[in-house]
Structures are given as structure tokens and as C-alpha cells.
Design a protein around this ligand. Sequence first.
Ligand code: 26W
Length: 828
Amino acid sequence: MSEQESTRTTQTPPEKLKTRTLFHRKYSRGKDGRTATPYDEYWSFAHAVRDLVIDRFVATQQHYLDRDVKRLYYFSMEYLVGRLLKSNLLALDMLGPGREALGQLGLNPEAMFERDTEAGLGNGGLGRLAACYMDSLATLEYPAYGYGLRYEHGIFRQEFQEGWQRERPDDWLSTGYPWEMVRPEYVQPVCVYGRLEDVRDPHGGTFQVWTDWQMFEGVPYDIPVIGYKVNTVNMLRLWSARAAEGFQLDVFNQGDYVRAVEEKNWAENVTKVLYPSDNTQAGRELRLIQEYFLVTCSIRDLVRRYLKNHHDWEDFPEKNAIQMNDTHPALAVAELMNVLCYEHDVPWDKAWDLTVRTLGFTNHTLLPEALEEWSEDLLRRVLPRHMEIIYRINHQFLQRVQLSRPGNDALLQKVSLIEEGERKKVRMAHLAVVGSHAVNGVSELHSRLVRERVMPEFADLKPDRFINITNGITHRRWLVQCNPELAELITSRIGDEWIYDLEQLKRLEPEIEDPDFRTRFLEIKHRNKARLAEYIHETTGVDVPPDSLFDVQIKRLHMYKRQLLNAMHIITLYRRLKHNPGMEITPRTFIFGAKAAPAYLLAKRVIKLINTLGDVINKDPEVDGRLKVVFLPDYNVSLAEKIIPAADLSEQISMAGKEASGTGNMKLALNGALTIGTWDGANIEIAEHVGEENIFIFGRREEEFEDLRRDGYNPWQYYDRNPELKGVLDSLKDNEYEPEDPDVFRELFDELTAHGDPFFYLADYRDYIETQQRVAECYRDRERWCRATLLNVARMGWFSSDRAVRQYAEKVWNLEPVEVRDVGRIST
Ligand code: 26W
């Protein structure tokens, strides 16, 4: 088959996909029908799909260049992209034809989708948010680029060994990744280490040069990001580190071949692995180099692009917006100054003005252990020029503070970019705030706490800089793709406008009165649950009844998220049943998915506890059919897509004030789960939208914890006064569940008692258990439950990432959509 033949426009879409697949099987894989492995088939089909976007990809990039449009650059150390085969087909409106083509080729579409590689280049919420925003940006036709790192190993694969988490490397690139395109022509040099040296200038002054650095380089790999049913195809550009070509030549020439190769390895280590800690800063040199590597490659790349159309810097902020996803890329402030001042001779004050107008900063966490601080020694050793730049920024900033609030030394110390002390530290959040024109939190509550509790001095100095933009999710992946039957039911009632404008879901409300609509909804939920039950059986061997209430908690494992409180509810129910075997309860299946940071021992013990409870409870004939507990291993984006459509109850039970927003809460509610949650993060706004009568809120509020703490919180009081709670805790201490290892849960008991219960489990326990009781009763009233869930679906439209991205475009980026019209030939 000739190239021309394979792209003939007279072919129907399935025919075209089929011929392209056969083409790739032969010419990209060198295989035929007899020799092709399932992987060859997958590879060929994925390339066939990729071919369909190339014209739009090229046209989009050309269009941006020709019109010299303003672009957004999203800087993020994490992108939890998930699989792309199905979502790309969906964006191209080719899911049906794709299935048909696969069928005609004798391939099973579902098996093909399962084979698709999951790009797990993130830890949790922050990385998944970045991926949702990339989707919305392309769909809304914003000129946007994601910049990130191409880690060779993404988030680890999780296995369980006797109930304990074991980490295995994620080898997502080992068989090649069909969605990326390497661009060696845009390689960027990166320098680290070395020193500043004073050099005399011809006029008798001195200036400093950065010398003796080590150089390596960043190679970009582009992943197309396809807007939904539009021509826009943006890109996610991920940098991969390698030794600079010719860099080790002198070492080679000295004959020290082995050392030269070792140095090559050093460079390749930079993007070897994603740091697997969520919300705790590692403080490690390699991590700092990773952060700088992202920032320097990306800034040089976007400056290169800007200079194609511009000869001065005047318009830089009118043409470029950079968003820093948390402080991880905050060195962008210093690097942009470095590039402007030291490489392009822009005067300092001018460069500072351009920098601040270009940058925006989003904060995603209040946890003190997550706030990034780098020791001044380390920063100076790795990036001597940047350390000097940071000092100069700080000096000028503190001078301005002094002018506006004279004589306040305490204030200066508080807001300084440098924390004084035995070892000086650089406060990355301060650097990000000072260097940005807009700073936002990710929910109303969180943004208020950023202003009031974390940075009151900054909020006072620059009140207009601090804003809120509540997170959102892409309903294209999190409803249309993962719950196709529900999507179809919705479309059958209100048309498909809602896929472009999720607020249209409101129009479902009158439909809820129609019993036929409700029945169909319940049938779909039931089928989703049956499918998940099958998956649970296949992966864990546990049989769960699809009629039981599917009670779901899926998120990273962290003490503040309180999976252990959920476990305490399980123990409570189990103990009640054991004491009173005839008791009537609403049958429940508890479903967990969570990875713990490898060094987070307490969190790993919680995983062990839940697995142990599962072993005991699932085997106990006395509770059979009434209680089941499953912890699904290796929670990731694809697994979330299986669990979410099947959930009845969404557990959002973090200690109030700790969960910045949460986004799983939105995905679950949108798919018809009711939330049991604390007054935290975006739960509050979900309650406001769905109505407090359609959500189960419990527990103390953030300010109540402040009071409790001030008055001297004593968990033992709760232990002594609530016999049921005491029974639950004692069962951990006395280890009723794993007699061979008597002390295994002792640490959990101690955490909640002797160690002071830092996340107030005991203070919220009673309310949680009582609220769970109300949930159970409500679930028995099928009609009431169904109405409430449908009201949730109908009222969740505001939580689309389309809304969030529009708010960023308006409030932070000053960015306009650009329609890509002239696609030479749209190839579908
Ligand atoms: C440097 C170590 C480190 C790593 C990751 C510190 C902090 C992080 C992230 C900021 C943690 C994170 O993912 N935060 C989550 O961000 C989501 C998106 O805004 C929110 O929905 C979650 O509530 C928040 O925990």
C-alpha cells in the first residue's frame, strides 16, 4: 500500500484507521499478520490514531507563530496523564470508528485500551490537576504549553506482600511510548555547580562571571494534547536529561574512559525518577537539580520562541504567561532574571518588572512539611549565580517593605526570602510570591487560609495579589470517557451541549421527577458496580456483592486524609456485628485505593491494617454478605476510571483545614456518589452547589480545631468517655486481628492517644460514626438516595476544569482563545 493510498480521503474513518494500522504494522514494526504480537498491534493502532492529529498539530503551532499570539506556559514537576488512547479517540470524535476498525482487524478494543501505557508522572492531586488543565486549555482553544519532566520511572507500582506495601519501579518507557515525539533539534544546555569569579571590566569596575560549571542538556519530547472536537492540538513538552555532546571529550581524551562514562550516567540520573513523596519535601540535591532543570530548559525554550517574532523585551509579558504549579518550579523567578539580565543585557529593574508581570503562582498545600526550603549552602553550591540573584531580589524587596512599613524589623524577618538561623534557608514560597503578579489557592477555604494563616504579612502588603481559583476536573475523562452509559443517558435527555458546557447539567433537574430516568440511572450504576466487582474478583480474589453500598476512599495515603478514621468505622461495624450477630445493617463494601510515600512508615502501617481487616472480615462467615473490605493495589488514573463510576459513597474525611481542595471529591459526585465529608477544601463549595441536604457533612470546622488546640486537646478524654471508641482503639492495641505479630498496630494506637492525635481523629469519631449511620439509612431508601445522587450530578457543572481554566485566563494570564481555522487538510 502506498503512502498516498493510506491517506485517501474517500475512506470512511474506520477504514482509514484500519489501513493506517496495517501500514504501521508493516512499515513501523516490520511485521505482518502472522508475526505481529499484541504489542505490535497496539503500537500500530496508536500510531494510526496519532497520524490523525498531525495536520492539526502542525496547523495549530503554525497558527500560533503566524499570529504571534500570547501563550500560556504551565510549569509543573508533575503530570498524571493516565492513558491516552481512548481519550485521544474521544477528542477526535473517533471512539466509535476506532472500535469498529479494531473489530475489523480482529482485535478486541477493550483489550487494546487496557494495553495502552499509563503515563504516571505525578504523585496525586497536583499532577492530575495539571493533566486536567491541559485538556481544558486545548478544548477551549487557548494557546498553551505544558512543560514538565520525562521521568524514566514515574510513580512506583504498588504491590502487597502479606498486606504490606512494596514498591516496584514503573517501567513505562521500556517498550517505547507511542504518544511522544523527540525533538533533538530543540535541545537546551543546562549548567550547574561552579563558582562566581570577579572579573575586571575595561572601565575599571568588576563584574562576576559564573565559571567552572558542569554542563549537561535537556532533550524535549512532545506529547500532543488534543482539544475535544476542535482543531487545536497543544503540546506537553517533557524534558529528558542527558550528557552534553562532547562534554566529556576532554576526559575521554585523557584516556579515563570509565570516568567519562560515569559522568554521562550522572547527567542521565537527573530525570531518572519521580520523587514519590506527596506533601513532604525531600531536601535532596538531585531534586533541586531536577527543579532547576525543568525551569531552565523551559524558560530558554520559550524565550527562543519569543525571539522568533520579537527584537526587544517590551512585549514579553503581553506574549507570555508562566504559571508555577506550586513552588517546585519557583526557581523560574531567578532563572528568568538570569536569562534577561545576564544573557540578554536587560537592565535589572526592567527585567524585574517583566518577570513579575509574566509569572503566576498557585499554592496547593498548607502542610508545613511540604513548604519548600532549600539550604542556602546547597543552593549556592548548585546555582551560585541564582543565589546571588535571590539575595538581590530580597534586598530590594525588603527595602520596599521598609519604606511602606518603617521600623518593623519583625516584619522584615517574617517576609524575608531567607530564613536566618544556624543554617540559612531559602523560602521558595516567598520567592514565588514576590516574583508573581497573582497568587492563588485552590478552594475558597484554602485561599483564605493562605492569606490569613500562612502569609498574613504578604496579604497585608499586597492584598490584590492574593486570589482564589477553585480547582476543577475534566468531565471528558471523568464522565464521558469513564462512564459512557451515564453520559449517554444524560445526552438522551438534554442533548450533548453539556459536554462543551458542563453547567448545562442543571437541565437534568426536572428529569429527576421521571421514574423511568431514575430507574435507568440505577441500572447503569448497578452495571458499573457489577463490572467493578468482577475486577475486584480478578485482582484480589474477593467476591463483593454489587447490591451492597460501595463505600470508596481513593487518594494518596496520608494521616491528614484520615483513611484510618474510615478503618475505625469498619472496626466499629465489625465489632457491633460480632457482639450482635443478628443486627440489621446496610451491607457495605469498603473500597480503598492509595499509595503511601515509601518512607512514610505510619501510612504504610495503615495500609497493612486495612489489608488485615480485609483478610479477617472477608473470611468471616458471620458477617458474610454484610461487610467486605478491599484495598485495590496500585491505585492510578486508569484504576480511578474503573472505581469512580461504581461508587455510591465518596469519603472526603480529611481534618478540616488540611485538604487544600481535593479533586476526587468532584469526580465522585459527578458520577453519582454521595459525599460524606468534612468542612474542608472544595467539599464546602460542593455542599453549596448540591445543597446541604444532598451531602453528609460532619466533624469540627477548622477554627474549632484551633480552639481545641489552644485549650489543650487531650485525646484520652474521648477514649475514656466513649466505650465504643475505646473498644475500637483497644482492639488495635491488643491486636485482635493479627495475633502472630502482637505489636503491629500499637504505633497506630499510640499515634491517636499518647502522641496527641495530631489530626483529631478522636474528636471527630462520634460524629463520623453517627453520620455513617444516617448514610446507611438513607441508602435503604432507594428513591431518596437516587434523587440525591442525581441532584449531585445535575449540580456539579461548576466544577469543570473548563470553568477553572477560564478563570485563570481572565484573572491571571490575560489570555484569549484562538480558533485554529486553516488546517490544510483535516485528516479524519
Ligand atoms: C516537594 C514535596 C511536595 C510534593 C507534592 C510538596 C507538595 C506536593 C503537592 C503540592 C501535594 C499535592 O498534590 N497537593 C494537592 O493538590 C491538589 C490540587 O490542587 C489538591 O486538590 C489537594 O487538596 C492537595 O493536597
